[in-house]
Write a protein that binds this ligand. Structure first.
Ligand code: 1WK
Length: 381
């Protein structure tokens, strides 16, 4: 599984099929398969989409998963994953995998961090061991994992932040983008490295970052430094600055986003790819995402409710299990509760993406957006 058939070796590229306003319908073609966009990428941080079998994730319509350099370099270790045949083989996922470069997690999870021009040294949040992450080492790790789409090492600044702080991190990230691209040249053909646009909530700095990355030239562009505490309006305003600058023939990936509303509003502003821990993490916290909005299954009002979450869903977890049973499972902290609600949530996210793609194809994206929002507003009857 780790050596795709050479005859299918197709270089990484993006195909734009249709637009509806700024919303885009397309495909990201990789040697391991096609990613239909707009796409939601379930997060498989430590080599697993928590509580789900890979086949289940695939059956829900996911074309691509996300893995994480920071977690996998600490445990089980990148060299060990490579010895075991790479991440696709290890986690039995033969389809595309995108990995993040680890910088974001170092800043949010690791202890004793020391940032320099060279990279970042830190102590593992697991066993306190010292590690170093440089652009070169991050690319080496992502290559050992065998990721089809890789991220440059960058510095993501939490908001609110001063303009000087945002600019410093942006300039460092541009220099790391150059180094990441040079290190990436050693990898097999067909894989792609994305640059990551930074610039915080400052339109001028966002423009500088996007233009700087385009000068370096990447096959795809991530929009980073968002979904870090800023209001949705600020995130959307930055998308309106950045997406018109990015090349139309390359994919745009908004990192770490988001709620169903974040996603549909970001698609409307030209974003193609999304990842977020929301559906999986919420599933482990008794929250269900449905066409009627979010439902908290811990709430006692569900204790005697024989209805399923959504009788019209294609997902057995949403269609066949009563709210009373789901409420019982979460109250007893039974693992099946987390598994069923994770399944419900990923099914809802993928059905939302499928609906978005169909609506753009039919030129009715705005109408679809209004219908979906009306369903969430109606709430759970
Ligand atoms: C949640 N908001 C958010 N997440 C973000 C991530 C991590 C996503 C990664 O972190 C993990 O989820 C927390 C997943 O594995 C995902 O791949 C980012 N990563 C990088 N390299 N640069 C960024 O500017 C960035 C911004 C984000 N904003």
């Amino acid at each position: 599984m780790n050596n795709p058939d050479p005859r299918q070796q197709t270089d990484f590229h993006y195909r734009l099929h249709a637009t509806d306003g700024a919303a885009r319908l397309g495909e990201v073609v990789t040697p391991r398969g096609v990613v239909r966009t707009p796409a939601f990428m379930p997060v498989g941080t430590a080599g697993t989409v928590k509580g789900m079998y890979p086949e289940q994730v695939r059956d829900l319509g996911a074309d691509i998963l996300l893995g994480n350099t920071y977690h996998l370099m600490l445990r089980p270790g990148a060299e060990r994953v490579a010895r075991l045949g790479g991440l696709h083989e290890l986690m039995r996922w033969p389809h595309p995998i995108l990995t993040d470069s680890g910088g974001f997690q170092v800043m949010s999870l690791a202890g004793l961090r020391k940032m320099s021009e060279k990279g970042v040294t830190f102590r593992s949040h697991i066993d306190g061991a010292y590690h170093e992450l440089t652009p070169e080492r991050s690319i080496e790790i992502q290559g050992l994992l065998g990721a089809d789409i890789q991220m440059q090492l960058d510095e993501c600044v939490r908001l609110p932040a001063s303009r000087d702080e945002i600019n410093r991190a942006l300039q460092l990230s541009l220099r790391w983008a150059e180094r990441s691209k040079r290190a990436f040249e050693a990898q097999p053909k067909g894989r792609a490295l994305f640059g990551i646009v930074q610039g915080g909530d400052d339109a001028e700095l966002r423009t500088q970052s996007a233009r700087g990355l385009i000068d370096i030239d990447f096959p795809g562009y991530s929009i980073g430094g968002l979904a870090v505490g800023e209001p949705q309006a600020v995130m959307l305003a930055m998308l309106e600055v950045v997406t018109p600058i990015l090349p139309k023939d390359k994919p745009r990936y908004l990192m770490g986003v988001g709620t169903p509303d974040d996603i549909i509003e970001s698609v409307a502003r030209g974003v193609d790819m999304f990842d977020c821990v929301m559906p999986t993490r919420a599933g482990r916290h008794a929250q269900a995402f449905t066409r009627f909005g979010k439902i908290n299954l811990k709430n006692a009002r569900h204790a005697d409710d024989p209805r399923p979450l959504d009788a019209e869903s294609d997902c057995p977890a949403a269609r066949d299990y009563s709210r009373a049973y789901l409420h019982h499972l979460v109250r007893c902290e039974e693992m099946l509760g987390s598994m069923l609600l994770t399944w419900v949530n990923l099914a809802y996210y993928q059905s939302l993406m499928a609906g978005i793609r169909a609506a753009i194809a039919q030129g009715r994206f705005e109408a679809f957006k209004a219908e979906v929002k009306e369903g969430w507003a109606r709430g759970d009857i």
